[in-house]
Every structure is written in C-alpha cells, then in structure tokens.
Design a protein around this ligand. Sequence first.
Ligand code: ADP
Length: 294
Amino acid sequence: AIINFGSINIDHVYQVEHFVQPGETLASTHYQTLLGGKGANQSIALAQAGADVRHVGSIHENDASFKQALIKKGVDCRGVKCSEVPSGHAIIQVTPSGENAIVLFGGANQTITAKTVMQALDDTRPSDWVLTQNETSSIEEVLRQAKEKQLKVAFNPAPMSESVKQLPLDCVDLLIVNETEAAAITGKEELEDIVTVFKEQWSHSEVIITLGKAGVMMLRKHEVVEVKAFSVDAVDTTAAGDTFIGYFLSAYSNHTDAKQALRRGCAASAIAVTREGAAQSIPTQKEVDRFLAK
Ligand code: ADP
C-alpha cells in the first residue's frame, strides 16, 4: 500500500471581473466548490492509476461529502479523521484572463499529530510506501516514523517553505520536486548546478525533478534517467505535478522500471494539462493506456 499523509482542501472558486481591491465589495459572477489540496489530488491520481492508497488526513464533519468524493475515486479513507477545526480551504478568485489570487487556510490539515502518524503506520508492511507533501502538520514525525519502520519514504516538499530545510531529510528515499522547489532546496538556479548539488548531497535518496513541458529527470544511484514531456496543447497545468506523482509512484512502487514509470507519469500529466481543473483533470488508467498506445 501507499500511505499518503496529505491535505484535503475545499476550493471555493469565484469568477470575478478583477481581483477585489482593498475596501471594495465585489460581486462574483460564478461560484463553485471543488475538492482540492495536493494531498487529495495525489491520492486520487494514485487510485486512478490503480494503486492501493490509504489517505491519512483530517476534515471537518460538515464536509463529509468531500471525503465521500475521495472514497468514490477509490481512495481508502479510514485514516481520514473528523476534526472540530474547520476543513482546510482556499478562497480562489479567478479573472476572465485566467489569473488567480488565493487565500489559503490550513485548518484541519494542521491537526495531524505524532499520534495520528503512529496509528496510521501501525499495521504497515515492509513493502509499503509513505508519501507526504508540505501542506499538513507533523511532517517531521511522518518522515522519522516511516524510516524507523523501514518503509520507503517519498517526499514532495510542495508548497515549498523555509521549514523544509529543518526536516530530517536523510529519512527520504525519493524526493520529488519541480524546478522552483529544486532551486529552493539546493540554493541554486541553473539546472546544471541543481543537479550537481543533488548528486553531492542527496546520495541517500533518489531525486525526481519535474521540468514542466520539458519533461522529467530522475537521479538514481548510478544513472540519470530522462523522459521528455509529451507534446500537447496545454490549457490548465493545475495538478500536473500531482498527477505525475500519483501515476509515477503507482508504477514505481509496483516495481515498474524507472523509465517506464516516468513515462506513465508524463503521459498522465500530459493528459491532465489538456483539461481544466485539478482533481477532475486527472485521467483514468484506461485513458493513459490509450494515450500511450497512440
Ligand atoms: P508542477 O505542476 O508541480 O509545477 P511541472 O510543471 O514540472 O510540475 O509538471 C509536472 C509534469 O507534468 C511534467 O514533468 C510533465 O511531464 C507534465 N507537464 C507539465 N506541463 C506540461 C505541458 N505543457 N505539456 C506536457 N506535459 C506537461
């Protein structure tokens, strides 16, 4: 199984003519709520890719329908607790040109404790993987406890923050970063320098750098594996990284060869960027197979 300690957010999306100004009251022309959060997106991508995924997280009981939506996608949510704290959510303004401005409230995502982590890892098996991002509390405990149990640890430090550098990163077996996160974690700007730092300082871990429409690069012990992105007409790149991670990790944790697993991740995320939205843009396995057969 893959145990994902991850955020569940409710995205409140408001269409506006322009971003609201200080002191202004602005009427929105359209409103919808969507299931979001990097954690939930990655769990959905994992489930769609056929993985046995257990989500560990927290949401307010009033929002049980969002948990149901995750379950419907095939995610095991027995580790999703009810919290008295409001659910994590984002207030998102979207302008006609597609720009967005976001207020994020961590809420229930920040109520994961060391005890939650311990309970969730209680009945794991040595072949299990643990995955986490940077949108929930107790990430340090997740990394440490997973390592202690000798589970495989995948870490996607997104959204990047200064606190990431204080984490026990030596517990990580697989780091997955985009270019921005790679630059922040290594303190370098050029890809070449970033790769050099990873090779020198991250020999304990495999590292995947996703490079947007350029594709992806994976640094392994004795090799660098590169896969080009598929050429598609992108309309919305939201959740491209989450889709990649879900599809890659589903294959890789199932012992698919690295290059093949990267290719599946690239195919799935290429499909996702041709569609609007986050979770709703993540393709099914069938769609990915069909895409790869073309
Ligand atoms: P993030 O969404 O985390 O910023 P990236 O932008 O690096 O991550 O995208 C993740 C993966 O999604 C890339 O490695 C690539 O395979 C795929 N992808 C992203 N943008 C495009 C695009 N315009 N065309 C095709 N594939 C893309």
